[in-house]
Design a protein around this ligand. Structure first.
Ligand code: 5GP
Ligand code: 5GP
Ligand code: 5GP
Length: 209
């Protein structure tokens, strides 16, 4: 029996809403490739343990290499856009995610597979559409209940997400990130074994981007 060390229990697949990244006090910078589409973008694919802990920076000998993802670059620019300041082309963000998280699943996914898998997962998890189908659309004035947002995503995708909130520059709590869970082979969404700890309000804003 060949046994490959795999010291985590599942992945969090985390997507971010650009409207909520950008309307905070710190604001954002559009990537050098231009303003991203008004859609959720990938933040990361993160190995995690059932007890809530997680490994990080697992292999300093497996640094990110642009040459490994050259065929994915334009898809990454569209679907895994960087919004941090100063404006970047994405390499810093992808490299950070690979080195911090991706190296912890390197026995399952090499660099190319890691990014390709995340892109595939995003295609299969259309959060914006699930929300829209439930009448939940970006709006400046309106607040939605956390439970209606979770319910819409459960209805659309079949799995209950964890919602991560942040606060805009006026102090409103808003929908920032959506966590879904994926099995250790990175092939199927699963019901989350554990949710992170964090606070939202019971009514939250979904701001336009
Ligand atoms: P924050 O403290 O802003 O929520 O998270 C900072 C960073 O820590 C995240 O971007 C991610 O890299 C990592 N992180 C935070 N929470 C989790 C978690 O529950 N699981 C994993 N695997 N990483 C996390
Ligand atoms: P994590 O929170 O995953 O550990 O780290 C995210 C890192 O990537 C931070 O250093 C952050 O500045 C950088 N980064 C670059 N672009 C983005 C982005 O669009 N969203 C987030 N959350 N972080 C970004
Ligand atoms: P319940 O288990 O009744 O759905 O939620 C218990 C508590 O956890 C409530 O305070 C609720 O606001 C919070 N909560 C439930 N789901 C989420 C979520 O996806 N994200 C965050 N941040 N809090 C949640």
């Amino acid at each position: 029996v060949v046994c490959v060390a795999q010291d985590f229990d599942f992945f969090y697949f985390v997507q971010q809403w650009p409207g909520s990244y950008c309307d905070t006090k710190t604001s954002c910078c559009y990537p050098t490739s231009g303003k991203p589409a008004a859609d959720f973008g990938i933040h990361g694919l993160w190995p995690n343990n059932n007890d809530g802990s997680y490994p990080s920076n697992c292999d300093s000998n497996n640094a990110f290499q642009q040459s490994q993802i050259s065929d994915l670059r334009s898809s990454l620019q569209s679907n895994w856009a960087t919004l941090a300041c100063p404006s970047g082309n994405g390499i810093e963000f992808w490299s950070h995610e690979w080195e911090k998280h991706g190296t912890c699943s390197e026995s399952i996914l090499n660099q190319h597979e890691y990014f390709q898998t995340a892109l595939n997962l995003k295609q299969r998890a259309n959060i914006l559409k699930a929300l829209r189908n439930a009448g939940i659309v970006p709006s400046n004035g309106k607040a939605y209940s956390l439970s209606s947002i979770k319910g819409a995503i459960q209805q659309g995708l079949g799995y209950t997400p964890y919602i991560d909130c942040n606060v805009d520059s006026s102090g409103n709590t808003q929908l920032y990130q959506v966590y879904l869970c994926v099995d250790t082979s990175a092939s199927a969404f699963i019901q989350c074994p554990v949710f992170p700890n964090g606070k939202c309000a019971s009514q939250i804003v979904f701001p336009p981007f």
